[in-house]
Design a protein around this ligand. Structure first.
Ligand SMILES: [Zn+2]
Length: 321
């Protein structure tokens, strides 16, 4: 077992030695906060260089702490792409202290993004990680608002394929400014990615038609962009700690909510203890499923975004269907 692990590691090291360094010579140094966006940027940069992924699998963007070496990467970067204060809240201060303003790109503020307010009505428990969100209903609106509004926006923007396309288009233009020599490559990669996103979108839309009306509940209200784009019927969220089992009274309350909302499925995420989910579902008609909005289990790289989106659709169809 150990030997097998070691040889897999060595293979990985050799693969890295063979392919990465020559790609990176002269390429701009780009840091991206979360894996799905890193994947899109890696696609734009294919054949030129490899962006750095800042937040690994064991951290959630809402609660990151950055190591000194991560902070050094930020300070040297030609570009830092992140969602913004509403998502990677602890990053905001560090970015403003270490990254020149012209090199930091808050994707939530890009013009042309589809953006939604956070939803926190009775059926949507306050977003588990952050107290920044205001008490809004759910209104779609076009971006172009100020920083203040950005704080009250649902930051999980990458789960809309329209926004994924927008991020790609922006990165093509932006990286071409930083590294004009490779502008043609960025542009060709961008075209290919946009076509791939369109195919993905059509495929997922078709696949989800079968489960569009079926009510479900999530543990982390991260999916509004996905739900709105594909017309899904999410009926609420429950805030549950990912590590601790809720007390008996809270469990009873949550079970009543699941029954009252007639939820067919309750979706947790990779960081949740499976025991918490199965305890909650006892005595209800709901099934348990798992959604992974960050692709926590996937290797980083150009395919991660596409796999993450397909996995979301698969998980929904599997549990609801
Ligand atoms: Zn979140």
């Amino acid at each position: 077992m150990q030997l097998r692990k070691l040889s897999a590691k060595l293979r990985g090291v050799f693969a890295c030695l063979l392919c990465w360094p020559w790609l990176s010579i002269g390429a701009p140094e780009v840091v991206v906060s979360i894996k799905p966006v890193h994947s899109l940027i890696a696609g734009v940069m294919a054949g030129v260089g490899t962006p750095e992924l800042l937040i690994g699998n064991t951290q959630t963007p809402h609660e990151i702490s950055l190591s000194p070496s991560a902070v050094r990467k930020l300070s040297r970067a030609d570009r830092v792409y992140w969602i913004g204060q509403a998502l990677e809240t602890p990053m905001a201060k560090i970015v403003s202290a270490t990254v020149e303003e012209s090199k930091s790109v808050e994707l939530l503020l890009l013009p042309g993004m589809v953006s939604l307010w956070t939803r926190e009505s009775g059926l949507w428990d306050a977003h588990a990680h952050s107290d920044r969100h205001g008490d809004h209903g759910r209104f779609p609106h076009q971006q172009g608002d100020n920083q203040n509004n950005a704080r009250n926006m649902d930051p999980h923007i990458w789960l809309s394929p329209v926004n994924a396309g927008r991020i790609v288009q922006f990165a093509v233009q932006d990286l071409s400014r930083v590294d004009a020599e490779n502008a043609d490559k960025y542009s060709r990669n961008g075209e290919a990615l946009l076509a791939r996103i369109q195919t993905l979108d059509l495929e997922i839309g078709k696949r989800l038609l079968a489960v569009n009306d079926l009510p479900y509940i999530v543990f982390h209200d991260a999916y509004a962009y996905f739900e709105r784009h594909y017309g899904l019927n999410a009926v609420g969220s429950l805030s549950v700690s990912s590590e601790r089992m809720p007390g008996m009274r809270r469990i009873q309350l949550l079970r009543d909510r699941i029954k009252q909302l007639n939820a067919r499925c309750v979706f947790s995420e990779p960081q949740f203890e499976p025991g918490v989910v199965s305890t909650l579902l006892e005595g209800t008609q709901a099934h348990g499923g798992r959604l992974d909005p960050l692709g926590a289990d996937l290797p980083p790289g150009p395919d991660a975004y596409f796999l993450m989106m397909r996995n979301l659709a698969d998980a929904l169809v599997e549990c609801l269907g």
